[in-house]
Design a protein around this ligand. Structure first.
Ligand SMILES: O=C(O)c1ccccc1NCC(=O)[C@H](O)[C@H](O)COP(=O)(O)O
Length: 214
C-alpha cells in the first residue's frame, strides 16, 4: 500500500477508470449530480464501479441526495463508500451510514480556519473528512472546480477523523500540498482533465507519479 492514498474523482468512462487503476489510484470516484459535466446515471455508476478491481475503493459522490437516490446507487453493492458533497448535517451523514451500511465521507468546504474547525462536528458521524475548496456563492458546482484553499490552514492540525485533501491540485502543485499538509489521501478531478469532464490518461499518470514520489 503506497504511503499516500490517491482518489481520482469524476470518472465517467471505462478508459478513464482503467487509466486510474493502472496509474495506481487507491480510490476512484463517480459523481451523481446532474449539473456536473462528470455526472453519471445510477446504472452507469454501478457498471463502472463493478469493473474496478477489488483492491481499489469505489466512491459514489452525491450532493444532498435523498434516500431514493442513495438506494439506487448502492443497490448492487458495487460502491465501497459514499462521499457527501453538499450541506449534509452530521446527523444526516450518520443516518446515511446506518441506513446504507457504507463508510461515509463528508466534504468540508474550506476558505477559513473556522471552516476546518466546523469539521469537528462530524467526529464519530463519518469515516473520512475531505477538505475541499469552498466554491463561490452561486457557483454551478460544489466541487470539481479546480479551486484551491490555503493549505497552511491544515498544517500540524490534529483532525477528528481520517481525512483527505482536495481542490485545485495538479501534478505540478501536489508535492507542495503534501509537504505543507502531510495529507494521507489526495483527491483530484479537474486537474487530470483535458476539458471539463474529459479525463486525460497522461495527466492521470503524471499526477499519480508525482504523488508516489513524495
Ligand atoms: O467533480 C464534480 O463535478 C463534482 C460535482 C458535484 C460535487 C462534487 C464534485 N466533485 C467532488 C470531488 O471529489 C472533486 O474531486 C473535488 O471537488 C476536487 O475537484 P478539483 O478541484 O477539480 O480537483
Amino acid at each position: 500500500m503506497p504511503r499516500i492514498a490517491i482518489k481520482i474523482c469524476g470518472l465517467s468512462t471505462p478508459d478513464a477508470v482503467g487509466a486510474a487503476v493502472r496509474a495506481g489510484a487507491s480510490h476512484v470516484g463517480f459523481v451523481s449530480f446532474p449539473k456536473s459535466p462528470r455526472h453519471v446515471e445510477p446504472d452507469q455508476m454501478r457498471a463502472l464501479a463493478a469493473v474496478v478491481p477489488a483492491h481499489v475503493e469505489r466512491v459514489g459522490v452525491v450532493v444532498d441526495a435523498d434516500d431514493e437516490l442513495l438506494a439506487g446507487l448502492t443497490a448492487t453493492g458495487a460502491l465501497t463508500a459514499l462521499q457527501l458533497h453538499g450541506k449534509e448535517s452530521p446527523q444526516r451523514a450518520a443516518a446515511i451510514r446506518d441506513r446504507f451500511g457504507l463508510p461515509v465521507w463528508k466534504a468540508i468546504a474550506v476558505k477559513t480556519r473556522a471552516d476546518i474547525d466546523a469539521a469537528n462536528a462530524y467526529a464519530g458521524a463519518v469515516d473520512r473528512l475531505l477538505f475541499d475548496a469552498k466554491t463561490p456563492d452561486g457557483a454551478a458546482l460544489p466541487g470539481g472546480m479546480g479551486l484551491r484553499f490555503d493549505w497552511t490552514l491544515l498544517r500540524g492540525l490534529a483532525l477528528p477523523a481520517p481525512w483527505g485533501l482536495s481542490g485545485g491540485l495538479s501534478a505540478d502543485n501536489v508535492g507542495e500540498a503534501i509537504r505543507i499538509t502531510d495529507a494521507p489521501l489526495i483527491d483530484i478531478s479537474s486537474g487530470v482533465e483535458s476539458a471539463p469532464g474529459i479525463k486525460s490518461v497522461d495527466k492521470i499518470m503524471a499526477f499519480c507519479k508525482a504523488v508516489s514520489s513524495c
